[in-house]
Design a binder for this molecule. Structure first.
Ligand code: FAD
Length: 478
């Protein structure tokens, strides 16, 4: 008999419940254990998974293959185009081997849930574990048994429940046999490259090293040196004030339990103490869980629906040239353009700026938030349906517990407040390097010697604001 561990967005061997359960099961029934990863190019394209994220997956997968090999577990890689092809793929395996169980981590997105349901409908022995959140979706509910629609009471209830259980990550499983020979690993790494490299177009700048070791190093460094200052520093994009863990959390190279455990090891009162200095970072990790719970509770979110049905009445302008200018960092608003260039160059953007550029696109330009969500997904290394959809709908005012529709970020005052000395703008817009600080936050009205070919603003702030207020007034509660 064979027990399978199927890796998806849980590319780690430590604190991997599915892997540990598979090893345990194999030991109990004296079965072989086999790991698998399934490459699904057409499905990834349909989900707008970006080239940078695919390269990040490729690099992590190679390290997972090595780590598994040292435990005596062989990883194989299969390919099919769509999730819909997967049950048949497994059934072909089932007929040639005696598969007694397939372990995998549950995922919150609708197509992923349907894929797993189809496996079960085909009678495949899929066993799902909960790992993408500390508390599984559906376990944090109001007194009447519903999903919360406001974050603060969700956070309160989440903490009450989390305090009832010890937060103890699992170690790696014990080896199941002798380590696999190097020559076999090399050929597996070639296979991974063969499947992935044709899908990868953009260069990755290797600012983001792969692997669990790197994720753990970042986590420990942040928890030991920076988490207490997070609340004061997190809004300034020129500072290194946030953990930079999102790409690792998104692909499951790091588990949320490992994050909470590292935090609680150093600040044991963080869950109970309302005045804890690390409360702010804790709440961001719980926002991540909130959006995942919402995705499971409201399947329309996975299909691009507005959370607030009133938002279906918004008439978007959807101007294609203005959208291109936003994507390329040519709006004429320095903070917006600097942020978009950070995204285009590195695959990551600071949270404060994600809010600024999302508000600018959906409110100043009145372009459908789904266009921006999609562009982010294609560019981001941490592109994640739950957090991205949550962030976009929050910014556009269409979401659950969202920014009110009439609150419109002023890109000039956001810039003055959060990049006061202009260092972030000067870094990403070298053409404005010599522009005086007094004018650096403002759109540049006319080209000059100092500003080179930096563009004039594509909209004027006050009139764009008025236009947004009238278009978004459909969100006014009756
Ligand atoms: P930290 O500030 O150190 O926070 C720790 C972790 O908490 C993050 O790694 C992340 O996993 C989680 N987190 C923090 N803030 C949020 C939040 N607002 N919502 C959900 N989770 C959060 N995050 C993604 O992981 N993937 C996305 O695709 C994504 N798209 C976004 C789009 C928009 C428009 C907005 C406004 C936010 C988006 N975020 C997304 C949330 C947030 O911007 C990033 O998680 C954060 O910038 C990552 O940096 P960090 O790891 O240093 O975070």
């Amino acid at each position: 008999p064979t027990v399978f561990i199927w890796f998806r967005n849980d590319l780690r061997v430590t604190d991997n419940q599915a892997l540990s359960a598979a090893c345990e099961h194999a030991k109990t029934v004296n079965a072989n254990i086999q790991a698998v990863y399934i490459v699904t190019p057409a499905q990834w394209q349909a989900h707008d998974v970006g080239s940078r994220q695919l390269d990040f997956i490729r690099r992590h997968l190679q390290l997972v293959a090595r780590a598994l090999a040292s435990l005596g577990i062989e990883l194989t890689v299969w390919q099919c185009q769509h999730f819909a092809d997967i049950p048949a793929l497994w059934q072909r395996q089932l007929s040639s081997r005696n598969i007694v169980a397939i372990y995998a981590g549950r995922e919150p997105e609708l197509n992923e849930i349907r894929r797993d349901q189809a496996m079960l409908n085909h009678g495949l022995p899929l066993q799902l574990t909960n790992e993408h959140c500390l508390l599984a979706p559906g376990s944090v509910l109001t007194k009447s048994g519903e999903m919360y629609r406001v974050f603060t009471p969700f956070f309160r209830r989440w903490r009450e429940i989390a305090q009832q259980y010890p937060v103890v990550p699992l170690g790696p499983p014990a080896p199941v046999g002798p380590a696999i020979a190097d020559v076999n690993i090399e050929s597996l790494l070639d296979t991974i490259n063969r499947y992935f490299l044709p899908l990868i177009k953009s260069d990755n700048h290797y600012q983001w090293p792969a692997g669990e070791g790197e994720a753990q190093r970042r986590l420990q460094h942040f928890v030991f040196t920076a988490v207490s200052d997070y609340q004061q520093q997190r809004d300034f994009p020129a500072l290194d004030g946030t953990s930079s863990l999102s790409p690792y959390l998104t692909l499951g190279v790091l588990s949320p339990r490992q994050c909470f455990a590292a935090l609680l090891a150093r600040f044991p009162a963080a869950l109970a103490d309302d005045t804890s200095p690390v409360r702010c970072w804790l709440s961001e990790l719980v926002w991540r869980e909130f959006y995942r719970h919402l995705l499971v509770a409201f399947s329309a979110l996975s299909m691009g629906g507005n959370f607030n049905p009133l938002a279906d009445g918004i008439v978007w302008r959807n101007h294609p040239q203005e959208f291109s200018a936003w994507c390329e960092g040519r709006t004429g608003y320095p903070i917006v353009d600097a942020a978009m260039r950070q995204l285009n160059n590195t695959g990551w953007m600071h949270n404060r700026l994600r809010m600024v550029v999302a508000s600018f696109l959906s409110k100043h330009l009145l372009i459908d938030w789904r266009w921006g969500e999609r562009y982010f997904r294609q560019q981001l290394l941490d592109g994640d349906l739950a957090a991205n959809n949550g962030g976009w709908q929050w910014s556009a005012g269409t979401g659950c517990d969202a920014q009110p529709w009439f609150r419109i970020f002023n890109p000039i005052s956001q810039s003055e407040k959060f990049d006061a000395d202009g260092s972030f703008i000067r870094h990403w817009l070298p053409e404005l390097r010599h522009w005086p600080l007094a004018q650096l936050h403002q759109p540049v009205p006319e080209k000059s010697l100092f500003t080179g070919d930096y563009p004039a603003p594509i909209v004027e702030h006050s009139s764009a604001r008025q236009r947004a207020l009238s278009a978004l007034a459909v969100l006014k509660k009756a």
